[in-house]
Design a binder for this molecule. Structure first.
Ligand code: ADP
Ligand code: MG
Length: 237
């Protein structure tokens, strides 16, 4: 099944994200520091100490997850429009995620067109695709294949991300991108896809997704290309 996922009501929520995110980070940090205070008691039993330390650790992980999904590449208040070489950006992201892929026995297969330049903020682009690729890897806990490919045409660059993971039902697909929607319990934030939609929109791009439960998911991204000047067009790899 196929569906265009950019929807006005989902995007409205994105605008309220900033406040929600800092809230999501502050909550676990407040909890962690509360338990650190309790740990300062010299007469605490060994058992309680262990219990509190486990809570602190879990809360810190939770804050870290939010940061990872939302702010990995963020530099405060710096928005820059650059000419992005889609292939080299994707290569960089894949190298960051390779260790997680290895851990999950996921093989990453790439097929990139030689050229493909789009306009955007490099940090945001990386944040977007880290989330997409991380989700794809996480959808294959018992291993699988992750295909990342690009196609170039005169007007658009298409990026395809295909996994052989658990897939999504039509109902799940419908909720994709909703703030805090996650099927990963404590291990998820439900922020990753929010971030993806907002970034893709900011870059005048579009997203389509096809998914089959038990078979896998394919994301299609399309971004307007930058008209090529000089000799870039004939550049070879
Ligand atoms: P999180 O990864 O923290 O759960 P996301 O916003 O990144 O939050 O993703 C939301 C949900 O969308 C995930 O919990 C998962 O159910 C679903 N999802 C996203 N990408 C995929 C994928 N490639 N395969 C299967 N399900 C996916
Ligand atoms: Mg995610």
């Amino acid at each position: 099944m196929q569906q265009e996922l950019i929807k006005a009501e989902k995007l409205k929520a994105v605008e309220q994200m900033g406040a929600a995110i800092s809230h999501e980070i502050r909550n676990p940090l407040t909890a962690a520091s509360g338990f650190v205070q309790l740990l300062q008691d010299d007469y605490l039993s060994r058992q309680k100490r262990k219990e509190y330390l486990a809570i602190v650790k879990e809360e810190l992980f939770s804050a870290e997850r939010v940061i990872q999904d939302y702010l990995t590449f963020a530099k405060p208040a710096l928005e820059s429009l650059e000419e992005l070489n889609v292939k080299s950006e994707l290569r960089q992201i894949i190298s960051i995620l390779q260790p997680i892929a290895n851990q999950n026995s996921v093989e990453i297969i790439t097929d990139f067109s030689i050229i493909g330049f789009i306009k955007g903020d490099g940090q945001k682009f990386r944040q977007c695709f880290v989330n997409v690729l991380k989700n794809a890897i996480e959808s294959m806990p018992h291993g699988g294949y992750l295909h990342v490919s690009t196609e170039y045409s005169q007007n658009d660059v298409t990026i395809k991300v295909k996994d052989t993971g658990v897939g999504m039902s039509p109902q799940q697909l419908e909720r994709l991108g909703e703030p805090f929607y996650s099927t990963k319990g404590k291990n998820g934030t439900g922020l990753g896809m929010m971030v993806v939609y907002s970034i893709v929109r900011a870059m005048d791009g579009s997203i389509w997704v096809e998914s089959d439960v038990g078979k896998g998911t394919t994301f299609h991204f399309q971004f307007p290309t930058i008209p090529i000047k000089g000799n870039k067009q004939t550049g070879r790899v």
